[in-house]
Design a protein around this ligand. Structure first.
Ligand code: SF4
Length: 346
């Protein structure tokens, strides 16, 4: 038996056609699976009887359910999921009228960025599209979620095919119907995957830079040796985002490491005239790692400097730090010593 949860509409179409069935029923089948959340083919009453009977003996529909949830005082909720690759975490972030879900694309990560909690435990496996989508589909807040960011555990562009399948399903008008401009993929800059995402989708891209100096970035992020940031910025520049897509450079400010005047000047020289904005990030301390966040005054110094140079710049508000749900803190272990940890009641 094969799970249909995670199949795109086109894949469902091919599956029905291959069985000699009416493939024009694929969008309706997708509607029942994703929009209606139906798991029993027999209850998909608007599907032809022949389609239901064929599917019932060969396929099933099942999304992963969250195992545990932790809630922070700001309303941020971190959910723990079991997947074929191991446990992963997704974070629900309500913020006024906007409700964002941060999803994981891998269990662990092999890139070992020096400042990141996820990278310290190594790589356990890629998630399949259905396991990525389950992080949205199975949440009690599912109907409220209007933005999805690939910023959880893992590097999404090392799992590009499954991420692309997930994006196709998220944006399909017959399924979740999310606008591409409400989906953001965050990457350290794996060029082959990035090219594909730019060509095949219209989702937003956030590139983690963290230093305008190659040698220093290579010490912080080993990926620099394989995919230098100048090549990543050149690729983004050569594929203008258009009106609806947005490119962002993420710059986490580490005290005494990348927060000097020289860094600001080099950042301005590097990014001036490029079609992107800068998001300054507060660093969330990872126990055992030798990094500290830059002061608020330093962050403001960078913000003003970038804006003064004509570079659009925002400061990302910190969310969910007390339950280790903030950027760079996800580990897939559910922080079991937290008093707010509880089973999910669905
Ligand atoms: S920052 Fe991203 S790419 Fe780097 S180790 Fe962490 S999860 Fe992996």
């Amino acid at each position: 038996m094969v799970n249909l949860f995670g199949h795109t509409v086109e894949e469902l179409r091919a599956l029905l056609a291959g069985a000699g069935l009416d493939c024009s029923q694929a969008p309706l089948l997708a509607y029942w699976i994703y929009r209606r959340g139906e798991t029993s083919f027999s209850r998909m009453f608007s599907l032809p009887k022949a389609v239901k009977e064929y599917l019932t003996v060969r396929y099933f529909v099942e999304a992963h359910k969250p195992l545990l949830v932790q809630e922070a005082s700001d309303g941020t909720r971190k959910y723990l999921f079991g997947t074929s690759a191991g446990t992963v975490e997704a974070v629900y972030i309500p913020d006024g009228r906007r409700n964002t879900l941060c999803v994981s694309s891998q269990a662990g990560c092999r890139w070992r960025c020096r400042y990141c909690r996820t990278g310290q435990d190594g790589f356990r496996g890629n998630l399949q599209a259905g396991e990525i989508l389950s992080q949205l589909h199975s949440l009690p807040e599912r109907e409220k979620i209007d933005h999805v960011v690939f910023m959880g555990m893992g590097e999404p562009l090392e799992n590009t095919e499954e991420v692309l399948r997930a994006v196709r399903i998220l944006t399909d008008p017959r399924t979740y119907a999310l606008a591409s401009r409400h989906i953001t993929l965050s990457t350290i800059g794996l060029l082959p995957g990035l090219r594909k995402i730019l060509e095949e989708t219209k989702i937003n891209v956030t590139f983690s830079l963290h230093s305008p100096f190659s040698g220093e970035r290579a010490r912080l992020m080993p990926v620099e040796k394989k995919y230098p940031f100048r090549e990543v910025l050149a690729l983004l520049s050569s594929s203008p985002p258009g009106k609806r897509r947005r490119y962002t450079v993420a710059y986490t400010l580490f005290e005494g490491i990348n927060d000097s005047r020289a860094h600001l000047q080099a950042l301005i020289a590097l990014l001036r005239d490029l079609p992107l904005r800068v998001n300054l990030l507060h660093y969330h301390v990872v126990p055992g790692l030798p990094f500290r966040p830059a002061s608020p005054a330093r962050t403001e110094y960078f913000r003003r400097g970038l804006l003064g140079a004509g570079i659009s710049c925002t400061v990302r508000r910190s969310r969910g730090e007390e339950i280790a749900a903030a950027c760079g803190l996800l580990s897939g272990n559910g922080s079991p010593d937290s008093p707010r940890l509880s089973p999910v009641m669905l």
